[in-house]
Design a protein around this ligand. Sequence first.
Ligand SMILES: *[C@@H]1O[C@H](CO)[C@@H](O)[C@H](O)[C@H]1NC(C)=O
Ligand SMILES: *[C@@H]1O[C@H](CO)[C@@H](O)[C@H](O)[C@H]1NC(C)=O
Ligand SMILES: CC(=O)N[C@H]1CO[C@H](CO)[C@@H](O)[C@@H]1O
Length: 345
Amino acid sequence: MPIVILHPQQFSCIVVFGPPAEIFYVIMSVTCRFLSGGLLHRATSCVSMTTSRNACFSNARMHWIRQIGTKANTPAVSTRPVNLTYDVFDGKGDNTPLVFLHGLFGSKSNFHSIAKSLVQRTGRKVLTVDARNHGKSTHSPIITYEAMTNDLTQLLAQLRIGKCVLIGHSMGGKVAMTTALMQPSLVERLVVVDISPAQTTPLTNFPAYIQAMKEVKVPKDVPRSTARRLAEDQLRQLVKERSVRQFLLTNLTEEEGQYSWRVNLDAISNHLQDIMNFPAFNTSYEGPTLFLGGTNSAYISSEDYPEIQRLFPCADIQYIPDASHWIHADKPLDFISSISTFLQS
Ligand SMILES: *[C@@H]1O[C@H](CO)[C@@H](O)[C@H](O)[C@H]1NC(C)=O
Ligand SMILES: *[C@@H]1O[C@H](CO)[C@@H](O)[C@H](O)[C@H]1NC(C)=O
Ligand SMILES: CC(=O)N[C@H]1CO[C@H](CO)[C@@H](O)[C@@H]1O
């Protein structure tokens, strides 16, 4: 069970997904608190809830089926793997390594402090990985769960990692689930952080943020602080929340005096539907699985439990009190404890 430590949320950015247009939104913790007090149906509470899945069905493995629909015009080369950048935090033990996958607009550095704590706590090797089109990983016009799974599979093969514990947040959680379902032999255990294997439903307007980011123009050769200020001024109209602007601004990079966004905005906006969605599977992952939600987030709802159970029959679903979508930022100690406990279970 996670340890419960109560203190106000200090910083958090909740990434939510969107409706008819299946959009992704970034909302600040103030908004989250507002939402959790109002719109979201899950009560905020200070108890740790655990839904234990005692029954572990051993269904015969079936074939996964590729989602049809929006991908009809995706060229076959699209899922050719790209090289991913990653960091390794080396533990002395030779237990199965942990691999962290970040969410949309995140990067491998999101999990650095968590990774260091887990190395100390478990002695295991920990890897944090940049998804394609994020951080320093290769850009590609395609960003789908199958493609990201292929990238990860290639990386694990290059590193001669035959088995890992996969831990993914949000979009990274969907990559982790897809990998576990497509390549179960690579995944010894699975941790899915605040996301469900389903279409993600939206709360606010993320395409507007992408649009705002695309429109930002910063003159060449200005100092970095000036560049940030200019970019923030331009984002302000479409991105009202200061903390969301700050989060997005972390991705402003400079190369030879020229400022640009590190993330591949075109690919992300073209594939927002795919990112909000989840591929259809006709198979299940039988390994130990933990779904870890925040009580102040609506991404793992009881409506998702049947699908979670169908695809991940050994899943345990837990919620960390007073955590938003950004559990690892809101409640790092609880997050680390939940993972260590799960690794020992
Ligand atoms: C990808 O990484 C592999 C192994 O490190 C390397 O051999 C290959 O050249 C890299 N490919 C590209 C396109 O950088
Ligand atoms: C799922 O697999 C079962 C058994 O192989 C098959 O009968 C069924 O048609 C499949 N469903 C889909 C949607 O492919
Ligand atoms: C996706 C992406 O590029 N994220 C970066 C945003 O900026 C922060 C801070 O520089 C980086 O840590 C992330 O990698």
